[in-house]
Design a protein around this ligand. Structure first.
Ligand code: SF4
Length: 142
């Protein structure tokens, strides 16, 4: 993400991060800060206790977009990849509730994180094709 013109990605934290909070919280940008709804703390979150981001190493954003009338959730890793247990839980949740899932892996080059994320789709074949088309056309997924 970009915060006031500064690229933020693993190894490059937001310049406003103190490590435990935000040094300009009252003036944080609307997008992505104010509009961000962490799936762990939203009301009635379906995430089990062990899916807390600091433990499961994944951040979930529910209802990030809509595809064919279905809510689409997004999951991004804390680190390079979403651990298998968490990803399996998310895929099962997606299937049980008919909610297509987009999830990502952070791209490394020569052992160093880049700004890039590789996104993958879980859900109906048509949703996967739709996602592949958007990615091939370098269009936003939401
Ligand atoms: S709330 Fe926004 S501006 Fe503040 S530290 Fe987090 S990402 Fe940076």
């Amino acid at each position: 993400m970009t915060i006031r013109g500064c690229d933020v990605y693993p190894g490059h934290p937001c310049p406003h991060s103190t490590g435990s909070g935000c040094d300009d919280y009252a003036n944080r940008p609307h997008d992505p800060c104010v509009s961000f709804n962490c799936g762990w703390i939203v009301n009635d979150s379906p995430l089990p206790d062990w899916m807390k981001p600091s433990n499961a190493k994944v951040i979930v954003i529910f209802n990030k977009t809509v595809w064919n009338g279905l809510p689409v959730d997004v999951a991004v890793p804390v680190g390079r990849r979403i651990p298998g247990r968490a990803l399996n839980w998310l895929k099962g949740f997606a299937q049980r509730h008919g909610r297509p899932l987009l999830f990502s892996e952070q791209v490394k080059e020569n052992g160093i994180y880049t700004r890039e994320q590789m996104f993958m789709a879980h859900g109906p074949a048509a949703f996967q094709q739709h996602t592949a088309q958007l990615l091939a056309q370098k269009k936003s997924l939401w």
